[in-house]
Design a protein around this ligand. Structure first.
Ligand code: GLA
Length: 361
């Protein structure tokens, strides 16, 4: 039995496919994968969340087999191992997901990574962590069909308890940064606005294309090569200029937060940086929603030091840094506002930086 976690990103959104920086933590919520080898040439998958389905496909036919959408995540990983020349005779996978789905908390990456580590260990496949991340990401890009970067899979594989993970996508490097809110009397509140986002719906891919277009027009390999905002004046299109401005300022915010945490100052000080990050995602990247904006605004009014939407956008979750003894106040205030606005009831929990993908038994 293997487990891999979902994530929330403290700062650094949409920077991964732009060669920039991010700072996720792993959630305590995981997807588990009980797995066993078989010699019958079949790949089988069941899920506790799909009790009536059992999908069985010959390993040799995975490349173009038809299957329900959810099965493409686990089988995409099997297929990607095969495509890279690794040998998988047959396998049975039994999944159980506890990461909220469609909440911007990387349930997809958790699933992919649980299967990826299970297959690596079961078949003693010689793959590094970097390859695991790439296998899981490629499965999502090519088999599921969502053009994500590697933020979520990197977090799910590499995060450690008690730390945020500093990711430098341009240099392909990472580092563990101690992240202990509890010691400062603080909590990281996660509010799932219960407005499912679907990255496959196109908004995510549009943003990615806009960033690529802006980089091409500016003559740089990636927008993260730019640190001086004045360089963006060369972009005539105001939309592309806003998209690029988000990436440039978000990278700066990520580096600022990492620096603050490394200096081990008061974590309350990162609050204003998170608030600025939300404004940038809302106004420049334009991927927020009325629910996300309301949750952030109410959390701040209720005394949070910082709050922002997280993940791919167009729905999903926010985070807020609150005094431990005021978290309940913030939750009540957000629930009241959602009720009054006729929004779906939000789901809330407190996140602690948890362990990355691992073998359980
Ligand atoms: C989604 C994608 C990631 C990343 C984030 C935004 O979670 O899967 O690759 O781009 O959105 O930071």
């Amino acid at each position: 039995m293997w487990a891999a976690p979902g994530r929330v990103n403290i700062i650094g959104e949409h920077t991964d496919y732009n060669g920039g920086y991010a700072l996720p933590i792993a959630l305590p919520h995981t997807v588990t994968c009980a797995a066993d080898t078989t010699a019958d040439g079949l790949a089988r998958v069941t899920s506790r969340q799909r009790p009536d389905e059992r999908i069985e496909i010959p390993v040799a036919g995975l490349a173009d087999a038809k299957m329900p959408a959810w099965a493409r995540y686990p089988f995409g990983v099997v297929h990607e191992y095969l495509r890279r020349g690794h040998s998988i005779s047959g396998v049975t996978l039994a999944l159980d997901g506890a990461v909220p789905v469609g909440a911007g908390l990387s349930s997809s990456a958790a699933l992919e990574c649980a299967v990826a580590v299970a297959l690596r260990d079961l078949f003693a496949l010689p793959v590094t962590d970097a390859e695991l991340i790439d296998i899981a990401r490629t499965a999502e890009n090519n088999y599921v069909g969502v053009p994500t970067g590697t933020l979520d899979q990197s977090a799910s594989i590499l995060c450690t308890a008690g730390h945020a993970l500093f990711l430098d996508f341009g240099a392909d490097q990472h580092a563990q940064v101690p992240f202990d809110l509890a010691a400062a009397g603080l909590e990281l509140l996660v509010v799932d606005t219960n407005t499912p986002h679907r990255l496959a719906d196109g908004g995510y891919g549009d943003r990615r294309a806009e960033c690529d277009q802006a980089a091409t027009m500016l003559g740089v390999a990636s927008l993260s090569d730019i640190t001086d905002l004045a360089a963006l004046d060369k972009l005539d299109d105001p939309v592309l200029r806003r998209r690029a401005r988000h990436i440039v300022t978000e990278n700066d915010r990520a580096l600022t937060v990492v620096d603050m945490l490394r200096r081990a100052g008061d974590p309350r000080d990162i609050g204003p940086v998170l608030i600025a990050g939300h404004a940038s995602l809302r106004d420049d990247f334009e991927i927020s929603t009325p629910q996300l904006d309301a949750a952030v605004e109410v959390a701040l009014t209720a005394g949070a030091y910082g709050a922002r939407m997280v993940g791919g956008g167009f729905g999903g979750s926010i985070i807020a840094i609150t005094d431990t003894d005021r978290t309940r106040l913030a939750v009540d205030a957000i629930e009241n506002r959602f009720r009054a606005s006729g929004f779906a009831a939000p789901r809330t929990f407190v996140a602690v930086p948890s362990a990355g993908a691992r073998r359980m038994t």
